[in-house]
Design a protein around this ligand. Structure first.
Ligand SMILES: C[S@@+](CC[C@H](N)C(=O)[O-])C[C@H]1O[C@@H](n2cnc3c(N)ncnc32)[C@H](O)[C@@H]1O
Length: 322
């Protein structure tokens, strides 16, 4: 598997603009039409939202959420015209609050919901946020820097074995034990640069690899800091509750554990029959709540990957509420 949002070793030719991943596929998949009510639960740079608003003109509306207050501020400025028209509502919130937020805003039920997981180019490219091993900064990695624990706290306080497990499970890094040992031996670690250097030392440098040796360790820490799997697990059922019948959910993942979670959840919701050994017939009928639109995940085409290297591990799954 490819690590989430792997950083290209060469500088990103797109600069700091967030290029929306699988844009046409998302717009098609969500069937965005004039007047549509859509929730973008991961606003980021507002890339998908801008196109959804254009395609749903003249009166379509988007409720945009992001855990990062900086993302909300930036999009409020960049898409000010839509905000003024009352077509774009912006709320600083984690997406596991989606149901409460949408209900409080009178924004339910909806025609579509988009989850584009992971981090944005702005976050990656802002050194003070501490997401990037290529940009010196404090080891932070919180999507919402106003709350929760930072990567620095995990790296400097977790027992070696727990760190190794974390790097193995969320980073899918085979050399996790060695990396954890080096981390513990080199505490305190305060910056992205220090951590990247320690990981490089632990695994023996780049040796012509396409991705930096610290990529997987950084990914694991980011996912733990933001409880990314927990957030996703709590949010999927809320999305289902918020959709109108016929409404669609589109989820873009960059990590195999996330993709597996989405796939299994969609399959469970689409099932007509539940195996149950305690049942006389060995199972029971159930009424499915979802129809799976993408039997296999949609991947970016080679042209997209060439244009935007960060899209290369993206997988899009779409389901329709019954
Ligand atoms: C890949 S970016 C989205 C990019 C966006 N689709 C665009 O086209 O510009 C992911 C965004 O989701 C946000 N995010 C990640 N986890 C979140 C969560 N649990 N709740 C709310 N926002 C979250 C991040 O802060 C980041 O801004």
């Amino acid at each position: 598997m490819m690590p989430a949002n792997p950083e290209p070793i060469a500088p990103d030719p797109e600069g700091t603009v967030h290029v929306p991943v699988l844009l046409d596929e998302v717009l098609e998949g969500l069937q965005v039409r004039p007047g549509a009510q859509i929730i973008d639960a991961t606003l980021g740079g507002g890339g998908h939202t801008r196109h959804i608003l254009e395609r749903s003109a003249p009166n379509g509306r988007v409720l945009g959420l992001d855990a990062d207050p900086a993302a909300i501020r930036r999009v409020r400025e960049e898409l000010a015209e839509f905000v003024r028209q009352g077509r774009l509502l912006l709320v600083h919130a984690r997406f596991d609050q989606i149901q409460a937020v949408a209900t409080a805003q009178g924004f339910a039920p909806v025609d579509g919901i988009l989850l584009d997981l992971g981090l944005s180019s702005f976050q990656l490219e802002t050194p003070e946020r501490g997401f990037s091993f290529a940009r010196p900064g404090p080891l932070d990695m919180r999507f919402d820097p106003t709350q929760g624990i930072s990567a620095q706290e995990i790296v400097n306080s977790w027992p070696e074995e727990e760190l190794a497990d974390l790097i193995y499970r969320l980073g899918e890094e085979r050399r996790s034990r060695r990396i954890a040992r080096y981390i513990v031996a080199n505490r305190p670690i305060r910056t992205t640069e220090e951590l990247a250097r320690i990981v490089e030392k632990a695994v023996g440098g780049r040796r012509g690899q396409r991705i930096h040796p610290a990529t997987k360790t950084f990914q694991a820490l980011r996912m733990a800091v933001n409880d990314e799997l927990g957030q996703l697990e709590r949010t999927l059922p809320q999305c289902l509750a918020l959709l109108k019948p016929g409404g669609r959910l589109a989820v873009i993942t960059f990590h195999s554990l996330e993709d597996r979670m989405v796939k299994r959840w969609m399959r469970r919701e689409a099932m007509r029959y539940v195996p149950d050994p305690s049942h006389p017939q060995g199972g029971r009928e159930r009424t499915p709540t979802l129809r799976i639109v993408t039997r296999r995940p949609i991947r970016p085409r080679p042209e997209e990957v060439a244009r935007n290297p960060r899209s290369r591990s993206a997988k899009l799954r779409i389901a329709e509420k019954l």
